[in-house]
Design a protein around this ligand. Structure first.
Ligand code: HSE
Length: 433
């Protein structure tokens, strides 16, 4: 069989990793595909004498590359929405299979791109877009295909987890750890995507679409980052037997689906509480198999390149099934997508950790507990911390309650004359849904 021809757009950390993996493991890969993979084009703006590009055409004109007849698979690794969006559409229109690691693009524009791919009987493969080193897309789509999925929760941003781990274990400052994550190549080009939960929301959007058979709905994910987490909250949580982790959670509730990304207290004995550094992990509750967890490095050149090359290998196998070279497996069966409503933040239900700094006066604690009780909120644990400069931090753990009720209670506690600063709220997940 003639080789399958590949174009790689973008030779950043991941692009170089893909090129080198394909070159170094060519024999191993050919054994798995039964067919040679030939890189015919790379899209790069500058000469790369550091790479072995013998026999490969280099060009800065990426649109020209995706139209070339000697390209079967386009690997988009430039990131961002544009021109990646237009390049992928153009590749699809020219009958190319596509591999991408671009979670932002797929989460925000994926419905259009997948539809275009279906119409042109090609595939967009995106294993590398979620939790790089963990084959979680394959798990959800193939390994757990027999199950109804009710819930999944994951640490799906390596940078955020790295920051929280270093803050807890080494009492390091937020900015200092973020700078290190950037230097290590974990962070997004715009690190606010990591810190404010946007990157995790992109990934959750992709996972939820497969888990529940729903369209991609990034704009409906409730998103909160880790930038407001203080060392104080990390310490109090530990005293209560919890760890604070930044989780993406998708849950099938009775009246809709919860999609949420936020710092979360989880019991310290839970496996997810012990996922540290740049590691990612996703826990999935599925109807037949029960709860399973997938763990591995979530960011960095190696893990991401590994997932990209796995997708390339899969596509080469698919292409080889048909003589004319077209892949035919639909990615989102548009006709059968379910129209289940995504719940608004106020409609979601979780338990909470609250921290309120109050004057050390008689009756203040009673006021707070009365407000909670009036709002129908049951207290699981309450802890008054030693006095800090005339103020007493009061830490309260609640039982699960719908967010609108918690909003009401927090507004009332905030308005008490004895309350100082903002009431801190961190949601809590038992992870035993
Ligand atoms: N910035 C991302 C992270 C890279 O830290 O998880 C991998 O998607």
């Amino acid at each position: 069989m003639k080789p399958v021809r590949l174009a790689i757009l973008g030779l950043g950390t991941v692009g170089c990793g893909v090129l080198q993996l394909l070159q170094e493991n060519a024999t191993e890969i050919k054994r798995r595909t039964g067919r040679e993979i030939q890189i015919t084009h790379v899209g790069t703006r500058r000469p790369r004498p550091d790479l072995n590009l013998e026999g490969i055409q280099q060009s800065a004109d990426l649109f020209e590359i995706v139209r070339q007849p000697d390209v079967d698979i386009v690997v988009e690794l430039i990131g961002g929405i544009q021109p990646a969006h237009d390049l992928i559409l153009e590749a699809i229109k020219h009958g190319k299979q596509v591999v991408t690691a671009n979670k932002a693009l797929l989460a925000e524009e994926g419905n259009e791109l997948f539809e275009a791919a279906d119409n042109n009987t090609v595939q967009i493969a995106y294993e590398a877009a979620v939790a790089g080193g963990i084959p979680i897309i394959k798990v959800m789509r193939e390994g757990l295909a027999a199950n109804r999925i009710d819930w999944l929760a994951g640490i799906i941003n390596g940078t955020g987890n790295f920051i929280l781990t270093e803050m807890r274990d080494k009492s390091r400052q937020f900015e200092d750890v973020l700078a290190e994550a950037q230097a290590l190549g974990y962070a997004e080009a715009d690190p606010t995507f990591d810190v404010e939960g946007i990157d995790a929301a992109h990934k959750l959007t992709l996972l939820a679409s497969i888990a529940f058979g729903i369209p991609l709905q990034f704009d409906k994910v409730y998103t909160e980052g880790i930038s407001k987490i203080t060392a104080q909250d990390v310490k109090y949580a530990e005293e209560l037997g919890f760890r604070i982790k930044h989780l993406g959670i998708a849950r099938r509730a009775e009246n809709g689906i919860e999609l949420r990304v936020h710092p979360t207290l989880i019991p310290e004995e839970q496996p997810l509480a012990n996922v540290n550094g740049v590691q990612n992990a996703v826990s999935v509750k599925a109807s037949a198999v029960g709860q399973t967890m997938y763990y591995g490095p979530g960011a960095g050149g190696g893990p991401t390149a590994s997932a990209v090359v796995a997708d390339i290998i899969d596509l080469v196998r698919d292409i080889s099934y048909t003589e004319d070279g077209s892949g035919t497996i639909p990615q989102l069966a548009f006709e059968s997508l379910e129209d289940i409503q995504i719940l608004k933040r106020e409609e979601m239900t979780t338990a909470y950790y609250l921290r309120v700094n109050v004057d050390d006066n008689k009756g203040v604690l009673a006021d707070i507990t009365t407000i909670l009780s009036q709002c129908g909120i049951s207290i699981d644990a309450i802890m008054q911390q030693p006095r800090l400069k005339n103020r007493v931090p009061v830490v309260i753990m609640t039982d699960p309650i719908v967010e609108s009720k918690m909003d009401e209670a927090i507004a009332k506690i905030q308005a008490l004359p004895a309350t100082h600063g903002e009431v801190t709220r961190i949601r809590l997940e038992s992870l035993e849904n």
